[in-house]
Design a protein around this ligand. Structure first.
Ligand code: FAD
Length: 234
């Protein structure tokens, strides 16, 4: 059952030029599953409320973290003004975008800020040494837009079953990536055994729907092999 609690912001981390993570101190730890989300309310104001995925893993027990792309909205402005020690209200855990631990091979397709629940799931798989084979195909405009770049790289080095393939619209010299967008050919190239995998898609609704169509209509995957999380609001 989800709980609603007031928590103290412990640490704020700048992830890239417009993305920040907020770590909250959790006194009474409530278990959640990697990939779930929470509802954050700022200043007790019902207008300052957003659903945000938990970007930390259940194995990172000292805090709970969410990660927000900062826009010009009132919510983003209020979030930008938060300092360590301030309090926010959260309701969690919510959602069903969670790893099927019985699937030996999975693939994640994500774009931009849609990486947040996937970072949680990957970190959980690494820390628990689950042995599940993971390919993450992560699309962004340019290198500077990648969220959790170093974190993903470190995880793929420490866990031999995680491979991260970057797809960028704008290539950068020296950075290994496919140039363009995620399409059927990119999926076939990066995930040659795609038919054996369960797919998890996360990002803005238009992107998630485009990915789902490619998997279902062009690559012939059945609906039960595709799990989606839509970041409504982008
Ligand atoms: C399950 C879930 C998980 C999410 N996880 C993250 C995350 O980890 N990081 C992140 O940055 N964002 C996440 N989002 C998106 C987030 O909730 C906001 O919608 C988004 O960040 C835009 O909010 P904003 O305040 O920046 O912009 P705004 O300008 O306030 O929002 C843009 C537009 O979207 C509308 N909108 C806002 N929220 C919703 C909604 N829930 N449903 C429909 N329309 C909406 C607003 O009315 C406005 O028209 C998630 C959304 C969902 C549903």
């Amino acid at each position: 059952m989800p709980v609603e609690i007031d928590v103290r912001i412990k640490e704020i981390i700048q992830r890239n030029y417009n993305v920040k993570s907020f770590r909250m101190e959790i006194v009474d730890w409530l278990d959640f599953k990697a990939g779930q989300f929470l509802l954050v309310t700022l200043q007790g104001d019902p207008k300052l409320k957003r659903y945000l995925s938990i970007s930390s893993s259940p194995t990172e027990k000292c805090y709970l973290e969410f990660t927000k792309k900062l826009t010009q909205s009132d919510f983003s402005m209020a979030l930008s003004n938060l300092k360590a020690g301030d309090r926010v209200s959260i309701q969690y855990p919510l959602g069903k975008f969670i790893l099927d631990e019985s699937a030996p091979k999975v693939a994640f397709l994500s774009g931009g800020i849609g990486i947040t629940p996937i970072r949680s799931i990957c970190k959980y798989a690494v820390d628990k040494n689950l042995g599940v084979d993971i390919v993450l195909v992560y699309s962004n405009r340019s290198v500077r837009d990648i969220v959790f770049k170093d974190d993903l790289s470190a995880m793929s080095k420490s866990y031999p079953f995680l491979r991260v393939a970057h797809v960028l619209y704008e290539a950068e010299q020296g950075f290994k990536c496919t140039v363009g967008r995620i399409d059927a050919n990119v999926i076939k190239n990066e995930i040659p055994d795609y038919q054996q995998r369960k797919f998890y898609l996360c990002g803005p609704p238009l992107m998630v729907e485009a990915m789902r169509k490619i998997l279902a209509d062009e690559l012939g995957l059945s609906a039960e092999k595709i799990v989606t999380e839509n970041f409504q609001g982008y």
